[in-house]
Ligand binder design. Structure first.
Ligand code: SAT
Ligand code: MN
Length: 600
């Protein structure tokens, strides 16, 4: 297909990349179903995709990657700002000119024997003033298909771009040119040379060597978080790694809630939650990214810039996330799950029994002795529009007004089930100290805590100390009475016997219900060092078998454990040097004062 735009910046850039990378031909993606199906057929013929059993899962495909290319590679992800201090202590930094030189060498001839696809995409609905347009040039048809699910792509985006419109150039090559006479492999990649580079000042993304997920679908983490966070800082809004859900109470009150959780804390499950308490309804607006800005009414409005879900399959089941299973019945690309004998997919946790005759994500006959059947980071890629629980307003250009923001981590001790921040500033402090334990930490042990502020550690496109300051400034210029309230939540608290105190999943709706009661001014609270926690009688426990002592423990803060927590926070804060806002140091001082009270 020939070009479908007269945007000269785009045309010049495509030509420049064609000369550099040397593909055999150039194909423009129009976003049509015909083109999608043609590419899928081509990938089936090449062995990259397998068509799943249409009687079981219509129009769905299974891919299994090179075993060396299975996840994002943070160690090879760079923020290439002019100044190293603008990337900050949590990012890898390279001088932009040096990086361009290095990657230009990598890209030279890298698409030989392949097709260069031009994928115009819009993060956010086409035409919304809040959307951002990108164009991904890629030599991976798998990426084209995935991008077509995760974003609006094609001619409508080019029409919106027009002759002079601006876009974020996103260059991607799997980095495995096909030499004359050579056979292609099903999953080309170049793991030894993989680089994912972001140029926040010129708003460009260059990715080389990986075909997987966040390394290759450049609209997602690269554009909608790393580049967008830098743009948001400059323009006075927030680009966040947050779900957005719509909550309706039995009284018909509607509240929209945003939430940031590090990976493996059940963010997708929460976004798609089926409440265990009668009369409550949760609908999904987004499961991964929220762009938030103040509306004319002074409230904070959030948009989900994505059009699909790129979720982790293992652990997804009828018990943990029935809505996800309903969403995955057709039109899905699965990557690195296991394959059943009758060409359907399976993963650990989907059923208690392991089906006979499985093929593993590596394409081998399943043998329990040689690891899981599905890769732990196996993914599904599916359009959000076909989710039964999608909120009708999920693509509203102006977004939804946020009432509450949740920050959560996986903490076996200390952090209560839920606590409400005293103020925006206190809430920013709580967001800045979000942490997750990689294993069940011994009481008081903080050795295996990973701080993941705002769940943005791998996704903040600039100095994270400055990012904290940006959050503080955002609150400071708002009408306080209209700001969302901020909550710290922890579904993972353990009792002395090492078992979870809280059932989680659908029962997390009980915590959401308490938050709504707080927002509506119906209930009081108890002061703790981390903010206000529920009076136990105010938590809806109908139908829940939980000991009162367990509830009490869940909502309590063991002040003795605060000693090591404060030390750990101090160490975490010290990494930001003079980029740490003084307000956060002050908040830590206030937390320390709680210690003095204990000693007294
Ligand atoms: O691969 S992605 O970055 O899109 C998903 C994730 O790792 O969180
Ligand atoms: Mn994510």
């Amino acid at each position: 297909m020939s070009q479908m735009t007269s945007n000269t910046r785009l045309l010049d850039w495509v030509e420049e990349v064609r000369e550099l990378c040397g593909p055999d031909d150039v194909v423009w993606c129009d976003g049509s179903q015909e083109q999608f199906d043609l590419l899928a057929d081509k990938l089936v013929a090449a062995g990259t995709l397998k068509k799943l059993n249409p009687a079981k899962r219509p129009n769905s495909y299974w891919a299994h990657s090179d075993p060396r290319d299975v996840a994002r590679v943070e160690s090879r992800t760079y923020i290439c700002s002019r100044l190293e201090s603008d990337a900050g202590p949590t990012n890898n930094w390279r001088n932009p000119e040096e990086m361009r030189k290095h990657m230009t060498e990598l890209y030279s001839g890298s698409m030989a024997g392949r097709t260069l696809y031009v994928v115009p995409f819009s993060m956010g609905p086409v035409g919304s003033p809040f959307s951002m347009i990108g164009v991904e040039l890629t030599d991976s048809p798998y990426v084209v298909l995935s991008m077509s699910i995760m974003a609006a792509v094609g001619q409508a985006v080019l029409d919106e771009l027009g002759d002079r419109g601006d876009f974020v150039p996103c260059l991607h090559s799997v980095g495995q040119p096909i030499k004359p006479g050579e056979q292609d492999v099903p999953w080309p990649c170049d793991p030894d040379e993989t680089v994912i580079a972001h140029f926040p000042e010129s708003r460009e993304i260059w990715s080389y060597g990986s075909g997987y997920g966040g390394n290759a679908l450049l609209g997602k983490k690269c554009l909608a978080l790393r580049i967008a966070s830098a743009v948001a800082r400059d323009e006075g809004w927030l680009a966040e790694h947050m779900l957005i859900l719509k909550l309706t109470s039995p009284r018909g009150e509607v509240h929209y809630v945003a939430g940031a959780f590090p990976s493996a804390c059940g963010k997708t499950n929460l976004a798609m939650l089926v409440p265990a308490v009668g009369g409550w309804k949760v609908e999904t607006v987004g499961d991964d990214i929220a762009w938030m800005r103040f509306g004319e009414d002074g409230r904070l409005w959030a948009v989900n810039p994505e059009a699909g879900f790129f979720g982790v399959a293992p652990g997804t089941s009828q018990r943990t996330n029935p809505n996800a299973l309903k969403t995955l019945t057709k039109n899905v690309i699965f990557t690195n799950t296991a394959l059943t004998h009758d060409d359907d997919v399976w993963w650990e946790g989907l059923t208690d029994e392991v089906p006979e005759g499985l093929t593993t994500w590596k394409g081998e006959a399943y043998d329990p002795a040689s690891g899981p059947a599905a890769h732990p980071n196996a993914r599904f890629t599916v359009s959000a529009a076909q989710a039964p629980q999608i909120a009708q307003e999920w693509q509203r250009p102006e977004g939804v007004p946020i009432s509450a923001i949740l920050f959560g981590g996986r903490r076996a001790s200390l952090i209560p089930l839920v606590s409400e921040a005293h103020s925006w500033e206190h809430g920013v402090f709580l967001g800045s100290i979000v942490a997750s334990e990689t294993t069940a930490a011994a009481e008081g042990s903080v050795g295996n805590l990973r701080r993941d502020p705002f769940a943005m550690l791998p996704f903040c496109g600039y100095n994270m100390g400055d990012y904290f300051a940006h959050w503080l400034a955002t609150g400071a210029r708002a009408d306080v009475s209209k700001l969302p309230r901020i909550y710290l939540v922890n579904w993972f608290r353990k009792g002395s016997d090492g078992s979870f105190l809280w059932p989680g999943f659908g029962d997390n709706a009980r915590v959401l219900a308490w938050i709504v009661d707080r927002l509506e001014g119906r209930v009081g609270a108890v002061e703790t060092p981390f903010g206000r926690t529920p009076k136990l009688a105010d938590l809806n426990t109908d139908g829940l078998s939980i000991e009162p002592s367990a509830l009490e423990e869940l909502c309590s803060v063991d002040r003795r454990l605060l000693v090591s927590e404060c030390e750990s926070i101090e160490e975490h804060f010290s990494t930001f040097g003079d980029h740490l806002p003084k307000e956060l140091a002050h908040q830590l001082d206030q937390l320390r004062e709680q210690l003095l009270e204990v000693v007294d």
